[in-house]
Design a protein around this ligand. Structure first.
Ligand SMILES: C=C(O[C@@H]1C=C(C(=O)O)C=C[C@H]1O)C(=O)O
Ligand SMILES: [Mg+2]
Length: 462
């Protein structure tokens, strides 16, 4: 059993109660302790028994994990989702009592969340549990950073709370979370697979190329959906475990909301912030992996020199460069992309580094970046209008920023691709591709087929 200082918890609650003024409803108290190493997936599984919604996150290097359980606070900024969330986050931090002696990113008060791809799109029923923008501060948070492990408890303390009672309740939940439960391994069987309107989708790709030829846009990213029905309810822990085992160089994430779970393995970083240091990524342009090392290298070489893919990629580079200029100094972007290898495919990749100017938040960067031409297109408004009108689906949180931020100016957001919305015995999978002037509908269709594989293969498909 890990050692949490329960006496300390009680004392801090007591202190908080003394600080609460008459007109204050409650105080948010956050207590972080360094603990012995504990497996992130075990922790996620442990929370299954307490019926609180769970969030799982790991970075693409797999040396940083966050697992959030329950929610002590939620930020739902429906109107102006970036400025609204930024303001709410500032307000929370200004009033919270934070006991965190560690400088480690992702400890203490951390908000985890995401948002819809396009707030102007009429939401469909399948996404009803996923709000336009939703960030939560979990009640319990496990943070693993390389060899170190931390446990944070966030508590809403009210004036009339009894410290001993609250501390005992926290201890009871901790016992459940840190008990070693057997990790479920489930082999799902797909009973029905419904590819949504593939012929219409190819026609839409054709229409997009025509509009591009008429000069109405330069790049438009079009996505499609596959619906699955399984033989039983999908176990999220089992799906996460398979993603962790099979998808290198990818962020593995899961956002549970009630009975639904938005889950995936995305290779695409939107922005990472460590104090003033920023790292963004241009990822666009795709080819399959080769069957032999030699073939693989050859395909990669061709991808690096393929004009159509370079064009797809370059729109992203130009836009990200421009979007970051206002908020950053020391912007550095290499002239040529390199190959970013994944299990099922390879991409063109250009890293972007910069220094964030003082006074700006990670939300300012996200607001300016999203959607990049990796998921929207060029120009942004024209391509979004095309997507809104012609794509026969609601992207929901697919293709949108998801991630976390802490109170010490650290955070990281990815773009939620290679993802699925799992709803009990059913799931919707999403994949898209960048359409440019010389796109061939059939080839783009094949490209999306490979992009479905990371999720399809862990959900019982081939
Ligand atoms: C839209 C997706 O991926 C994007 C499109 C790519 C492309 O068309 O080459 C490559 C990576 C991403 O920028 C997706 O995976 O759904
Ligand atoms: Mg492409």
């Amino acid at each position: 059993m890990i050692e949490i200082k329960h006496r300390q918890v009680e004392e801090l609650i007591e202190k908080a109660i003394q600080k609460i003024s008459k007109d204050e409803e409650y105080r948010l108290v956050s207590i972080t302790n360094k603990i012995e190493n504990f497996d992130a997936l075990q922790f996620f599984e442990g929370a299954k028994h307490i019926e609180k919604s769970r969030t799982f996150w790991t970075n693409s290097d797999k040396d940083f994990y966050l697992v959030g359980i329950g929610q002590v606070y939620e930020i739902l900024a429906e109107e102006s989702r970036f400025t609204g969330t930024k303001k709410a986050w500032r307000d929370i931090l200004s009033k919270a009592l934070i006991y965190n002696p560690y400088e480690s990113p992702g400890t203490g008060i951390v908000a985890l969340g995401g948002m819809a791809f396009d707030p102007k799109k009429e939401p469909s029923a399948i996404w009803s549990n996923y709000k336009q923008s939703h960030f939560t501060i979990p009640e319990f948070l496990l943070s693993v950073n390389k060899d170190d492990c931390y446990f944070t408890v966030n508590i809403q303390v009210r004036k009339d709370d009894l410290p001993t009672q609250l501390a005992n309740e926290i201890e009871r939940v901790e016992r459940i979370l840190f008990a070693h439960s057997e990790l479920e391994i489930q082999d799902l069987t797909i009973q029905f697979k419904n590819e949504i309107a593939p012929f219409e989708w190819k026609n839409t790709v054709k229409k997009a190329t025509e509009e591009i030829c008429q000069g109405k846009a330069e790049k438009i990213v079009l996505a499609r959906e596959i619906r699955l029905k399984f033989n039983e309810r999908a176990s999220i822990t089992s799906v996460l475990r398979k993603l962790l085992e099979t998808q290198p160089n990818s962020y593995i994430f899961a956002f549970e909301k009630g009975n639904d779970c938005f889950i995936g393995a995305t290779p695409e970083r939107l922005v990472k912030r460590e104090k003033e240091h920023l790292l963004s990524t241009c990822l666009a342009g795709t080819a399959p992996r080769g069957k032999t090392a030699e073939e693989d290298k050859q395909i990669g070489k061709e991808l690096l020199h393929d004009p159509k893919n370079r064009k797809e990629h370059d729109f992203v580079v130009q836009m990200i460069k421009q979007a970051m200029e206002d908020y950053c100094t020391d912007l550095e972007v290499p002239n040529n992309p390199v190959i970013y290898p994944l299990r099922n495919l390879q991409h063109l990749y250009t890293p972007v580094t910069a220094t964030l100017k003082q006074g700006y938040s990670i939300f300012d960067i996200i607001e300016n970046l999203h959607p990049t031409p990796a998921l929207g297109g060029t120009p942004t408004e024209e391509s979004l209008a095309f997507i809104r009108e012609h794509e026969h689906m609601d992207r929901g949180w697919y293709g949108a920023p998801i991630g976390w931020l802490d109170s010490n100016q650290n955070g990281e957001f990815a773009v939620a691709i290679r993802s699925a919305l799992v709803q009990g015995e059913e799931a919707s999978l999403f994949a898209g591709c960048g359409v440019v002037k010389d796109s061939d509908p059939e080839a783009e269709y094949e490209e999306t087929n490979i992009k479905f594989l990371p999720m399809l293969s862990v959900l019982g498909g081939q």
